[in-house]
Ligand binder design. Structure first.
Ligand code: G16
Length: 544
């Protein structure tokens, strides 16, 4: 008989989930009962799960396996009837979402700090996803936080560790544990959405492809899909072996951390498509030969071309983007007569719109794109989308972009990140901006006259909830925008994000360098927020 042990514990007061769950340094998670308190807080806030199934997946970073063993023993003690776990404790975030949905489970727990570095000194993270496969809504994450502040005990089974390395079925107490191949079901789902035959043809025709798995979770997914099923060259994948430290790298698919494929793509003889995904496989980077595609443009191109892809030939119900994402997709929606929703940053805000059938596609500037096939953003899916569109249109990435801008106009766009800023200074910067909002309207700046200034609030049309304080928006007379917000995913100090956007109509100049197109707005952003004073920096740490 497996014994359930009740352990007395004391609450921590810093377990508030951010944009995407609870993220802290590994050392923080290793403190006595820290993980256990949070997991018990999740279970304490859920009702009616006795005998049901829980999916547990992680991106394989340091502490992943230890955390999974603890969670499984606690899930068994809490009364779950079955757990589904990816072999090796690995499962990409979109694949977890799919497993929750296809097995109709009660929910799932995702272990990841996404694109943040891993290893003993790196970051770790945990979040709960509900039965729709998506991140818990804000009311639940708030309740979990409140629970974590008063927790006094947790329950755990005294049991041996499960062998995570083999596909097999075992048990902890009365809970069955199924270790499954983490790729099988996901690859089958992709087969229902995309024209594999057309993509096979594309690869067979000599199309050159490069995928950087960043030593993160997508290596096995990329191998199965791109190489085994679609026939791409074996060597198309770099950094394909998952590692606890991401090979000592930073699994953020941006131009700084995926520089190798960016450099390759900028060469005359470079790949026709270079792509990357992040730690847990939900983000994507798309680069054509000599043509970087911003995530905002990628969303717009996918929306404009989705009808060419088997899973979407019926057309789209509607689209959504997070507020700081450029308005490029809005132009497509307008032309196609689709509803276009603007939500706060965070995938959880798309969940209701996807569940209600109001939207089919959604995306964010932070390299996240997805559809109603799961309830998470999906990096490998986005790459397959591009491959399918390229196969169907028989144009290069650069030609597709040019054609897109000639049809819809171009939203020049960049995000400037000021990282590890003093948290108090960053809060003061935002507060001062907030206080100045009534005064700045009608002010003449270098880029034009400010015509609107507010702090974004979201009213969810499906559940009626309101979310305030979601970023400062400054709008100009020509439709340009500057947005300021603080990141919800960092673990050290604060990260100030400044989003800059200028619209150029289809008849305008469409081939400017982004930096040149946005220079005046960048100067105005610095002036409006006094960035140098509060961050001590003249230049951002990262520009995407
Ligand atoms: C998470 C959320 C995304 C969101 C991003 C923003 O991404 O899932 O929906 O866009 O955070 O991060 P920040 O608050 O730092 O701007 P991920 O990939 O870290 O889970």
């Amino acid at each position: 008989m497996t014994k359930v042990r009740t352990v007395a514990t004391k609450p921590y007061d810093d377990q508030k989930p951010g944009t995407s769950g609870l993220r802290k340094k590994v050392g923080h998670f290793q403190r006595e009962n820290y993980l256990e308190n949070f997991v018990q807080s999740i279970f304490d806030c859920l009702d009616g799960f006795s005998g049901t199934t829980l999916v547990v997946g992680g991106d394989g970073r340091f502490y992943n396996s230890t955390a999974i063993q603890i969670i499984l023993k606690m899930a068994a003690a809490a009364g779950f009837g079955r757990a589904i776990v990816g072999r090796g404790g690995l499962c990409s975030t979109p694949a977890v979402s799919h497993l929750i949905r296809s097995n109709e489970t009660f929910g799932g727990i995702v272990l990841s700090a996404s694109h943040n570095p891993g290893g003993p000194d790196g970051d770790f993270g945990i979040k709960y996803n509900g039965a729709n496969g998506g991140p818990a809504v804000e009311s639940l994450t708030n309740a979990i936080f409140e629970r974590s502040r008063v927790i006094e005990r947790y329950e755990i089974c005294d049991a041996d560790n499960i062998d995570l390395g083999r596909v097999a079925t075992s048990s902890i107490g009365s809970m069955t544990v199924d270790i499954i191949d983490p790729v099988d079901d996901y690859a089958a789902l992709m087969g229902t959405l995309f024209d594999f035959e057309a993509i096979r043809h594309l690869f067979a025709s000599g199309f050159r492809f490069r995928f950087d798995a960043m030593h993160a979770v997508t290596g096995p997914y990329a191998r199965r899909l791109f190489v085994d099923l679609l026939g791409a060259d074996e060597n198309c994948i770099i950094n394909g072996e998952p590692s606890e430290t991401f090979g000592g790298g930073h699994p953020d698919p941006n131009l700084v951390h995926a520089k190798q494929i960016y450099d390759e793509a900028m060469k005359d003889d470079g790949p026709d498509l270079a792509a990357a995904s992040d730690g847990d496989g939900d983000r994507n980077l798309i680069i054509g030969k000599k043509c970087f595609v911003t995530p905002s443009d990628s969303l717009a191109v996918i929306a404009a071309n989705a009808h060419l892809v088997p899973g979407y030939t019926q057309g789209l119900a509607g689209v959504a983007r997070s507020m700081p994402t450029s308005c490029a997709v809005d132009r497509v929606a307008e032309t196609k007569g689709l509803a276009c929703h603007e939500t706060p940053t965070g995938w959880k805000f798309f969940g209701n719109l996807l569940d209600s059938g109001d939207i089919t596609l959604c995306g964010e500037e932070s390299a996240g794109t997805g559809s109603n096939h799961v309830r998470e953003k999906d990096g490998v899916w986005a790459v397959l989308m591009w491959l399918n569109i390229l196969a169907a249109r028989k144009l290069s990435v650069a030609e597709i972009m040019e054609d897109h801008w000639r049809s819809y106009g171009r939203n020049y766009y960049a995000r400037h990140d000021f990282e590890e800023v003093d948290a108090e200074a960053a809060t003061t910067l935002i507060k001062n901006l907030r206080d100045s909002l009534p005064k700045v309207v009608s002010q003449k700046m270098t880029a034009g006259t400010i015509t609107m200034a507010d702090e974004f609030s979201y009213h969810d049309p499906v559940d009626g909830s309101t979310t305030n304080g979601q970023g400062i928006r400054i709008g100009f007379d020509d439709g340009s925008r500057i947005v300021f917000r603080l990141s919800g995913t960092g673990t050290v100090g604060a990260t100030l994000r400044v989003y800059i956007e200028r619209f150029e109509p289809a008849t305008g100049i469409l081939d400017l360098a982004t930096g040149d197109a946005l220079a005046d707005l960048v100067a105005d952003a610095h002036r409006l927020a006094d960035i140098e004073k509060y961050t001590g920096r003249l230049e951002p740490d990262v520009i995407t």
